[in-house]
Design a protein around this ligand. Structure first.
Ligand SMILES: *[C@@H]1O[C@H](CO)[C@@H](O)[C@H](O)[C@H]1NC(C)=O
Ligand SMILES: *[C@@H]1O[C@H](CO)[C@@H](O)[C@H](O)[C@H]1NC(C)=O
Length: 73
């Protein structure tokens, strides 16, 4: 019983890690989002998670050519 419960928890944890890798969650603040765009450079695509609300405190600026902000899916 213990082992089953543990492996269930482990797969839930792994699932949320791969979800985080696929999109940028709304726990990232405006400065963090801007930094991702800046550090990503030309051609960077900022992927926001579907169904999350982002509180953007100021305008996000593209810092290089061919950058994109989109929602996953
Ligand atoms: C993130 O999005 C969820 C779902 O809309 C929302 O309930 C939550 O308040 C948001 N968190 C932040 C930090 O904006
Ligand atoms: C984006 O540019 C505007 C105008 O220059 C500036 O006011 C704003 O602070 C910038 N946004 C970020 C997140 O730095």
């Amino acid at each position: 019983m213990r082992i089953n419960t543990f492996s269930l928890l482990a797969s839930v944890a792994l699932g949320s890690i791969s979800a985080l890798a696929a999109c940028t969650s709304n726990t990232t603040d405006t400065a963090g989002l801007q930094k991702l765009i800046h550090d990503g450079g030309a051609g960077y695509k900022l992927e926001l998670c579907a169904g999350q609300v982002y509180e953007i405190s100021e305008q996000l600026n593209y810092t290089a050519l061919n950058q994109e902000i989109s929602t996953e899916g």
